[in-house]
Each structure stands twice: as structure tokens, then as C-alpha cells.
Design a protein around this ligand. Structure first.
Ligand SMILES: [Cu+2]
Length: 432
């Protein structure tokens, strides 16, 4: 069907009724999917923070998954919502998990207002299953369902995304993780297996639709389409072996940095690396279209996990502001207040005061727009946003307990402490 202006509205109209229909259908799909898990089939071994794993059912010897491409209402964090495109009600779409050797059949129903396809990024398959619209298959028009079917001949951390109008469909949030477990088991037992998909969004202050035209100056930087402080912490018990799989379908490269440990990089979307190729890092660059697997033994504490690009741990901000750092503003402030009562100049001594202003409600930003940074820790403001969360490791966590254990109780004598409040304290060595 050709999308004319008239039937576009018809599709959009249908879309508004979808959540109810889709929910009912999903509920009925989840029931049979629970059965194979109970019968010992591989179910969810990976934990996708803020996300979920798609149930499947066995049909004709294949694991059958059903994806639905659709418009959704998404919340990045309380105070920021958007009309996004995703799969089965969420962005990222549900994580697909299967085992090397499995035959999989993946149905894709298109409930978008335009055509789509799905590409299985990094997965070895027949050319006609590769999902490149126009090259390996016709586009999937609104209302149609296509089936992809192939046998998994590899294991590792992979992804899926449309290969049709990618500019819009990726920008709107259409992507997901596809994890294939090794048939012969893991070389080292993994106690907690997390998966994070990186993305960026041009959700300009005061707007509700991601802007697909933006190439560099994005507003939101997300782990599984959430920003700090809405990203769930990654929890583990002391001594457990933890894997964090990171995939990147954003438009920037992200140096992902972990505090507290040296992790081993053990694989990519090229598969599991031979052990001799594993290397120790504290920051690993995850490039656009790449995945990386990090493994480490958990040590107790609250440890930051974040992108090391400072702007990627921030929420929306103006990129064309004059630099106020070091600029005396008292005079300006007084003049501005005559025009804008309550105006407050900021940034003369740095941006840290920004969080107090926004947290206290003193500085109201545009509608549907998060403050540049936020978050409260046991010692004060965290001053983060975007691609930031915490790895919380405790001695007394039960296996399989993923609940937030609260803040770390530091052993006595292991917290940095104030020993003077005199700026002239001591005799530090300085040059000049
Ligand atoms: Cu980054």
C-alpha cells in the first residue's frame, strides 16, 4: 500500500488504539512462552537493565519470536517523555536470547506509518535473511508481517535494527540486542550477565519527537533508552563473575569507563575472543555499530559505570551559549532582574550550583525537559545525567537478587575526609 496523506492518518489513528490490542496480544503470547522455560529450555539468562527479554514458543522445531514495530510513548526519566518508535511497546526493543545451534524464526509485524525491515547485525545467515530493504528483500509495508528464519552458527553479543529509512527509524529508537549463548557453555561461569544498548536522541528542550536531522548535537545519551538517574543500578555479590555486554547503535563512539576494577574485554560482535586475546582495561571504546563484552570479579562498593565523554553524562543543554566561566555577572544580574524578575546569573565559578537551582525548583526549564544534571547520593548532589549508572556490589546479596541495595556502608577509615577548611592550608609544592 502506498502511504498517502490520507492513509497515513488512518495508520496513525489505528496507532492510538494499538496499546490495548497489543497488550492483550502480548499477554496471550507470554503464557505459552513461559512453558518452554519451565520445561528447561533456555530462557532469560541476560539481564537488560530497564529492559526485558522476548519470550518465544517452539513452532515446528524453531524458536519463534514475534516482534512488532510500532510507535510508543517512552519515558527517558520522570519529566521527559517522547513519541518514539520501538518494538513490542519499548525502546530498545526486547532482547532476543537464543543458543548457538538453535533454529530461530522471527516474525516482524509492521505497525508503523511507513515501511521497515529488520537487519540482524553481525549474525551469520543466508543473504536473503539479512534484512536490507531493496537489496535482500522487499520493504515490509505497514500492516504486513514477514518471517525471518535461520540457524544460529555463532555465539556472542549482537544487535538488530531496521535497514529501511534508517535515519528516521534509528533516531526514533528502533533497535535491540540479540544475545546468542554458546552451546558448549561459558569458559568461565558467569554469575550476572548484563546487557546495555547505547543510543543518542535529539529531543530538543520543550519537544516530544526525536529530531532525525541532528548529526552531532544530541540532547539525551542513554543506556537502554534511559538517562541517569532513571537507569537501574547493576548489582552483584562480592566475588561474583559479572559480564556487561555493551552495544552501540548511537551516532557517536563511547569510551565506557568502569570504576573499581580492571575488567577484561572478552568479546565483541565478532564473537567470543580466544582467551589469549582478552585484555585488561578500565575504559573501552565502543564504536558505532560495535559491541564489547566486559568481565570482572565484583568487589564491594558503589562504583560508577559511565561514558567518559563529559557531555554524554549530561542531559539537555544549550550548545551555543557564551562561556560564563570567570565572568563577573553581579552587575548583569541586577540589570536583568529589572526585565526578568528572579533572573539568576550562573556559571561564573562553574556549573555545580546548577543542580541546587533546578532541584529546589528555583530554575524552571522548558516543559518536558530534564535538568542538565541531577541525582542525590549519600554525600550530596551527584551532578550526572545521561550515560551514567552505578555498579553496586555487596557481600550479602542473594544469588538472583537484582534489587537496589541502597548506598554502600563504607568500612570505617575508608572514606576520603576533610582535614582543613583553610584554603591556605599546608605547603603544597607549586610552580611559579
Ligand atoms: Cu559517550
Amino acid at each position: 500500500m502506498k502511504i498517502t496523506r490520507r492513509n497515513w492518518f488512518r495508520w496513525m489513528g489505528a496507532g492510538s488504539l494499538l496499546p490495548f490490542a497489543a497488550l492483550a496480544e502480548r499477554a496471550s503470547e507470554e503464557t505459552p512462552a513461559a512453558a518452554p522455560a519451565a520445561a528447561g529450555h533456555a530462557s532469560s539468562r541476560v539481564r537488560t537493565p530497564n529492559g526485558w527479554t522476548l519470550p518465544y514458543r517452539m513452532v515446528g522445531g524453531a524458536k519463534e519470536f514475534h516482534l512488532v514495530a510500532e510507535e510508543i510513548e517512552h519515558e527517558f526519566a520522570p519529566g521527559s517523555r517522547a513519541k518514539c518508535w520501538g518494538y513490542n511497546g519499548t525502546t530498545p526493543g526486547p532482547t532476543i536470547e537464543a543458543v548457538e545451534g538453535d533454529r530461530v524464526r522471527i516474525l516482524l509485524t509492521n505497525r508503523l506509518p511507513e515501511h521497515t525491515t529488520i537487519h540482524w547485525h553481525g549474525i551469520l545467515l543466508p543473504s536473503g535473511m539479512d534484512g536490507v530493504g531493496g537489496v535482500s528483500q522487499p520493504h515490509i509495508r505497514p500492516g504486513e508481517t514477514y518471517a525471518y528464519e535461520f540457524t544460529l552458527r555463532q555465539h556472542g553479543t549482537h544487535m538488530y535494527h531496521p535497514h529501511a529509512d534508517e535515519l528516521v527509524q534509528l533516531a526514533a529508537g528502533m533497535m535491540g540486542l540479540f544475545v546468542i549463548h554458546p552451546r558448549s557453555g561459558e569458559p568461565e561461569r558467569i554469575d550476572r550477565d548484563y546487557a546495555i544498548l547505547l543510543h543518542n536522541w535529539a529531543l530538543h528542550p520543550g519537544t516530544y519527537r526525536p529530531d532525525p536531522a541532528i548529526m552531532q548535537e544530541f540532547d539525551l545519551w542513554t543506556f537502554n533508552s534511559k538517562v541517569f538517574p532513571a537507569i537501574e543500578p547493576l548489582v552483584a555479590r562480592t566475588g561474583e563473575r559479572v559480564r556487561i555486554r555493551v552495544g552501540n547503535l548511537s551516532m557517536w563512539n563511547h569510551p565506557i569507563h568502569m570504576h573499581g576494577v580492571q575488567f577484561r574485554v572478552t568479546g565483541s560482535d565478532g564473537g567470543r575472543w580466544p582467551r589469549a586475546q582478552w585484555r585488561s582495561e578500565v575504559t573501552e571504546l565502543v564504536g558505532v555499530g560495535q559491541t564489547r563484552d566486559f568481565e570482572f570479579i565484583a568487589v564491594p562498593g558503589d562504583w560508577a559505570l559511565h561514558c567518559h565523554m563529559a557531555h554524554h553524562t549530561m542531559n539537555p543543554m544549550g550548545h551555543v551559549l557564551p562561556n560564563p566561566l570567570g565572568v563577573k555577572q553581579a552587575d548583569v544580574e541586577e540589570k536583568m532582574r529589572r526585565l526578568l524578575p528572579g533572573y539568576q546569573a550562573m556559571g561564573e565559578a562553574g556549573m555545580a550550583e546548577h543542580q541546587d537551582h533546578t532541584d529546589s525548583g528555583h530554575m524552571q526549564g522548558p516543559e518536558n525537559t530534564l535538568p542538565m544534571f541531577s541525582g542525590q547520593g549519600p554525600f550530596g548532589n551527584i551532578e550526572m545525567g545521561g550515560m551514567f549508572t552505578l555498579i553496586k556490589v555487596r557481600d550479602d546479596l542473594r544469588r538472583g537478587d537484582y534489587g537496589d541495595p541502597g548506598w554502600y556502608a563504607h568500612p570505617p577509615g575508608t572514606v576520603a575526609r576533610r582535614i582543613s577548611d583553610d584554603a591556605g592550608f599546608g605547603t603544597p609544592t607549586r610552580r611559579n
